[in-house]
Design a protein around this ligand. Structure first.
Ligand code: ADP
Ligand code: MG
Length: 480
């Protein structure tokens, strides 16, 4: 008898904190890492008489995110109260959007490791406010409440149950993060909590249309944990089904324990009715006329997928390189700035990948500051013109960036400009050939790789001033 095959079904709910200066419904600061309970005011605390006012910048960022994923921004939506009791929620309700979110639909193209891509459909995106945080110190049998996060603007992006594996979930999150960061709506840093993800997981026999019972996993604080938790939950559910205990899968909310690498039940899943949603009487409906949405769209950058495709079609970059260089808009812009300054696209791409990104990471500064494009482009163009050796340029780059001297002047002052003089070149090569009879014999015996040793020796003799390609040609000529 053949064993039943099961298929996993996954839907993700992603929360992104919007990158605003102030909170969603009040002017209290939205600043991460401040002393507890300093980013608060009467509205955050829900004091009587304090009234919320929607943050226009937050709405604009939410619309940017919606446009970036191809969602439909609706002209009319509204804010609702979602009630529950928890110490991190002083008002006793969270302001959210229930049955009329500001955005419906949208798609994210998830690129899998094998290069294939899958379109993941979104159900909706809505705006809401974050809750505070409970801090559990180990010095006493109590918890502390920090309300700095309470009221921070969020968008929640909900997928259809379109995902079929943890790898697809990972690819979806990667593309979603790139897109939302790209348009400046959110930093999407899981460590800082500006991106949070809940995973809904169910399984069903392959071929069955009806969805299985889902478990919602929370507390996923890295993309790797999202993957691991989904893997774990799929295996658990398939195991139960195979053992004839499928009925034991009940709709619950569980927490991922990254140390024990397993899930723990947190609570039975609540229904919408448990939250007693109703429209917030303190807030007018959200009105986003098409003209306003068009204005926001017009101010947005070319989207990362489009830029990635253009890097291949316009500049002839390898698809994987184009993908790497469009991971962050700052990097993509930087490469194009090098090209605008005259660098060949392939050289601009390589120097960005091999040097500029590393310098930015090492210094913790933006790429355009860590390696100003005008300087790197000048260096690249000197190499391309055969005036400076690549190895020399690589070695000197940090000093050039630190010193602020123009690259050509820097290389000239240090005698690093390559000698184009054919007479000098042939004399150096002749000297090396005379000094290395063993290597010469090796080359004549058919070992072509040994030429590299003569090139190296000639370069050294020239003090880095010879052009390696010209040296190699001269060696071949003199030996031939
Ligand atoms: P809630 O808001 O109560 O968590 P939703 O119906 O909005 O529930 O769904 C939340 C997420 O769960 C969505 O991403 C959806 O695609 C996913 N989902 C719904 N049913 C299933 C299921 N049976 N298996 C896997 N994911 C599911
Ligand atoms: Mg949910």
């Amino acid at each position: 008898m053949t064993q039943t095959q099961y298929e996993a079904v996954i839907g993700l709910e992603v929360h992104c904190q919007l990158k605003t200066r102030t909170k969603m419904f009040t002017g209290a600061g939205n600043i991460f890492g401040e002393a507890p309970n300093t980013q608060i005011d009467p509205t955050v605390l829900g004091l009587p008489g304090a009234l919320p006012v929607a943050n226009a910048h937050a709405v604009e960022l939410a619309v940017r995110a919606a446009i970036a994923v191809g969602g439909e921004v609706r002209e009319h939506s509204k804010f609702d109260r979602k009630h529950y009791f928890y110490p991190d929620l002083p008002k006793g309700y969270q302001i959210s959007q229930y049955d009329e979110p500001y955005c419906i639909g949208g798609t994210v193209l998830a690129e899998l490791a094998d290069g294939s891509a899958k379109s993941i459909e979104l159900i909706r995106i809505h705006i809401e406010e974050d809750a505070g945080k409970l801090v559990h110190q180990d010095h006493g049998p109590w918890s502390e409440v920090d309300l700095n996060r309470a009221g921070v603007p969020l968008i929640e992006i909900v997928t259809k149950p379109d995902l079929r594996s943890s790898a697809e979930a990972y690819a979806y999150l990667t593309e979603l993060r790139r897109t939302i960061r790209w348009v400046g709506a959110s930093d999407c840093e899981m460590q800082e909590g500006t991106l949070r993800c809940d995973a809904n997981v169910s399984v069903r026999p392959l071929g069955q249309e009806r969805l299985g019972t889902r478990v919602e996993i929370k507390n996923l604080n890295s993309f790797r944990n999202v993957e691991a938790a989904i893997e774990y939950e799929i295996a658990r559910q398939v195991g139960l089904c195979r053992a004839g205990r499928g009925a034991e899968i009940v709709q619950t909310t569980v927490l991922w324990d990254p140390d024990a690498t397993c899930t723990r039940v947190m609570r039975g899943k609540e229904d919408a009715a448990d939250y007693r949603y109703f429209p917030d009487p303190d807030l007018p409906p959200l009105h986003l006329p098409a003209a306003r949405v068009a204005e926001i769209r017009a101010a947005m950058p070319e989207l990362p997928r489009v830029r990635q495709a253009r890097f291949v079609s316009q500049y002839g970059l390898e698809p994987a390189v184009a993908r790497e260089l469009t991971g962050e808009i700052t990097v993509a812009d930087y490469v194009e700035e090098l090209i605008r300054l005259g660098s060949k696209p392939r050289l601009a791409a390589n120097w960005t990948r091999e040097e500029a990104i590393r310098l930015a990471n090492e210094s913790g500064r933006p790429i355009a500051e860590a390696a100003p494009a005008a300087i790197l482009a000048a260096v690249i163009n000197l190499i391309d013109a055969g005036k400076v050796a690549r190895v020399v340029a690589k070695a000197e780059l940090p000093a050039i960036l630190a010193g602020g001297e123009a690259p050509e002047a820097y290389f000239t002052a240090r005698g690093m400009i390559q000698v184009q003089d054919a007479g000098a070149l042939s004399a150096w090569v002749a000297q090396i050939i005379a000094a290395e009879p063993k290597v010469v014999a090796d080359i004549k015996g058919g070992n072509d790789k040994a030429i590299g040793r003569l090139v190296g020796a000639t370069m050294k003799l020239s003090g880095g001033k010879a052009d390696p390609a010209a040296v190699k040609a001269e060696i071949v000529k003199q030996l031939g």
